[in-house]
Design a binder for this molecule. Structure first.
Ligand code: SF4
Length: 186
């Protein structure tokens, strides 16, 4: 059983590694992240249970795999978990809203595409992603791809930091996806 869980963890973690590697080839691959936003809800609708979190989530596998040996494993304070939970669900909703609305604005020519990564919506990261493959992407797709990447990047960084300081899967206590799934399940 332990062997099965570990093998599964390797496979699922590979999805995250593959995702971030592909975006170095071209940012348009970040659109694969949209599947990670949709598949949990499809699984929930089909099984009536949150099997995504239990068996399939690549992020929780990465957190366990990379952090289980190095995490400081401090106990997270209750105030942190409850505040972070509320902030992150708002952040996640707002972020998706901005991603869609700004893409619409780009498509009608009201704003130029934002072709760089932002941390938590507002902070431009101090590096550019190398783009090894030129796919001649349209400005609309380019903009939306960077926005999706920014969501995935921000949540992964926060998950890793929380997991390093506290328990490896602390992110799961505040995860907006789980909150949304629980809300839909009700
Ligand atoms: S709580 Fe979030 S990160 Fe954890 S398993 Fe569920 S979807 Fe994945």
């Amino acid at each position: 059983m332990t062997k099965y869980i570990r093998e599964n963890q390797y496979l699922l973690s590979l999805i995250v590694v593959l995702f971030f590697s592909l975006t170095l080839l071209n940012i348009v691959f970040s659109l694969l992240g949209v599947f990670c936003l949709i598949i949990p809800f499809i699984m929930l609708a089909l099984s009536k249970k949150n099997i995504w979190c239990k068996y399939y989530c690549p992020r929780s596998s990465v957190l366990m795999l990379f952090l289980s040996k190095i995490s400081l494993r401090l106990k997270p304070p209750k105030w942190l978990i409850s505040n972070a939970k509320n902030i992150l669900i708002m952040y996640f909703g707002l972020n998706l809203f901005f991603a869609v609305m700004s893409t619409i604005m780009v498509s009608v020519g009201r704003i130029p595409p934002i072709d760089y990564v932002r941390f938590m919506i507002v902070f431009r990261v101090p590096f550019d992603l190398p783009q090894f493959v030129d796919l001649q992407t349209s400005p609309i797709l380019l903009h939306f791809s960077y926005r999706i990447y920014s969501i995935m990047f921000s949540s992964t960084v926060i998950g890793l930091v929380l997991g390093f300081i506290y328990y490896p899967r602390t992110w799961c206590s505040v995860c907006p996806m789980k909150q949304a799934l629980n809300y839909v399940k009700k």
